[in-house]
Design a protein around this ligand. Structure first.
Ligand code: F6P
Length: 340
C-alpha cells in the first residue's frame, strides 16, 4: 500500500517526529510505501512529491520545522477533490496522512466526504484544537516562552521595570496561561478573558509595592474590556493611537503612564515555533505517527488521532472542527489567585 504524507498550515515542533514514526512503522510492520507532498495541499494539487523512505526520515525527530515544507494553501482553490484524486491515482497513492490544524482538517473532511481516503494528525502550538487534550508543539512553545520570561525577570528585577512578554495565541491563551504560571507572572492576559487597564495596573502596582519587578504574560489576541472584536482592524491600538506593534507594545506606554513604573515589552513571535521539540512533544508526535498507521490499517477514513488522558484515540474530523478549545474560566481563576 502506498501512502502520501503532507504537513499543512503553520509549522510546529514535532512534525518531523510524526513523519518519521509513520514511515518507520508502516515500513517495518506493514510493508507500506510512502511519498511526501511538498508544501502542504499545494504539493498535492501540484503533484509535487518527494521520496519518503528510511534515509529521508532517519534521525529527524529532534529537528524543528518540517522536512516536507508547509503552506496555508486550500486544496479547494486548486482543483479540489477531483484534482487530488487525479494526482493520487497518477502516483499510485491510495491514502493520505494530513498533518495540520483546523484549516487542514476542515479541507481533509471535505475531501473525505468526496471519497478520498484520509486520516488526520492534529497539530498546533496553540493547543486550541477540540477533541484532543494536547497537540504536540504546545509543550515546546510553553518551554520557550517560560525560558524567555525567566530571562525577562532578571533584567526587569535589575532595573525595577515592568516586563511584558507577548506570546502567540490569536484566539486562545493556553501558551500565555501555562508559561505565565510556570514563570510566576504577576498577570496573565488571554483572549478568553477581557480585562480592564485599571485591573492590569493594579496587579503591576501590587507587585511593585512588594518590591517585585512586575512580569506580565499577554497572548497576542488579548483585548481590553473596552475593545470590541474588530478593534485591531481599525488601524488604532487599544488606546486609540495609530497601531504600531502588537498588544504588548500597546500596553507598555499605558502602564508606564498610569503607574509610573518604567515598562518594556518583548514579542516572542515565531521563536516559539522554531527549533528542537521537547521530549514530551517528540513522544506525543511519535505516538500520533504510529497511531495514524493503525487508522489506515483499520480504514478509519475521516478520522484523526487524538490524545485523551494518556490514551491515543481516533475521532471523526468533525469533532475537532467548528469550535476552538478555549481556556476554561476555572483554569483562569485558579491562575489568577496568584496575580499581583
Ligand atoms: O496557529 C499557530 C500560530 O502560531 C498562531 O499562534 C499565530 O498567531 C500564527 O500561527 C502565526 O501565523 P504565521 O506564521 O502565518 O504568521
Amino acid at each position: 500500500m502506498s501512502i502520501g504524507i503532507l504537513t499543512s498550515g503553520g509549522d510546529c515542533p514535532g512534525l518531523n517526529a510524526v513523519i518519521r514514526a509513520a514511515v518507520f512503522t508502516g515500513i517495518k510492520l506493514h510493508d507500506m510505501e510512502f511519498v511526501g507532498f511538498r508544501n502542504g495541499w499545494k504539493g498535492v494539487v501540484d503533484g509535487d512529491i518527494m521520496p519518503l523512505a528510511r534515509p529521508q526520515v532517519m534521525g529527524i525527530s529532534k529537528q524543528g520545522g518540517t522536512i516536507l515544507g508547509t503552506s496555508r494553501t486550500n486544496p479547494f482553490e486548486g482543483g479540489g477533490a477531483e484534482r487530488v484524486a487525479e494526482v493520487m491515482e497518477q502516483n499510485g497513492i491510495e491514502a493520505l496522512i494530513a498533518i495540520g490544524g483546523e484549516g487542514t482538517l476542515a479541507a481533509a473532511k471535505r475531501l473525505t466526504d468526496a471519497g478520498i481516503k484520509i486520516v488526520g494528525v492534529p497539530k498546533t502550538i496553540d493547543n486550541d484544537l477540540s477533541a484532543t487534550d494536547y497537540t504536540f508543539g504546545f509543550d515546546t512553545a510553553v518551554q520557550i516562552a517560560t525560558d524567555a520570561m525567566d530571562r525577562l525577570r532578571t533584567t526587569g528585577d535589575s532595573h525595577g521595570r515592568c516586563m511584558i512578554a507577548e506570546v502567540m495565541g490569536r484566539h486562545v491563551g493556553w501558551i500565555a496561561l501555562h508559561s505565565g504560571m510556570a514563570a510566576g507572572a504577576h498577570a496573565i492576559l488571554i483572549p478568553e478573558q477581557k480585562t480592564s487597564i485599571e485591573q492590569i495596573c493594579e496587579w503591576a502596582e501590587s507587585a511593585r509595592d512588594r518590591g517585585r519587578a512586575p512580569l506580565i504574560a499577554v497572548a497576542e489576541g488579548f483585548k481590553l474590556d473596552t475593545m470590541d472584536d474588530a478593534h485591531s482592524e481599525r488601524g488604532l491600538d487599544a488606546f486609540g493611537r495609530p497601531r504600531l506593534g502588537g498588544i504588548g507594545d500597546q500596553l507598555a506606554p499605558e502602564i508606564e503612564a498610569r503607574t509610573g513604573i518604567e515598562t518594556r515589552s518583548t514579542t516572542l513571535g515565531h521563536i516559539q515555533r522554531g527549533g528542537t521539540p521537547t521530549a514530551y512533544d517528540r513522544v506525543l508526535a511519535t505516538r500520533y505517527g504510529m497511531a495514524a498507521i493503525d487508522s489506515i490499517r483499520a480504514g478509519h477514513w475521516g478520522r484523526m488521532v487524538a490524545l485523551r488522558g494518556t490514551q491515543i484515540v481516533h475521532v471523526p474530523f468533525e469533532d475537532a472542527l467548528g469550535r476552538l478549545k478555549v481556556v476554561p474560566q476555572s483554569r483562569y481563576d485558579e491562575a489568577a489567585v496568584l496575580f499581583g
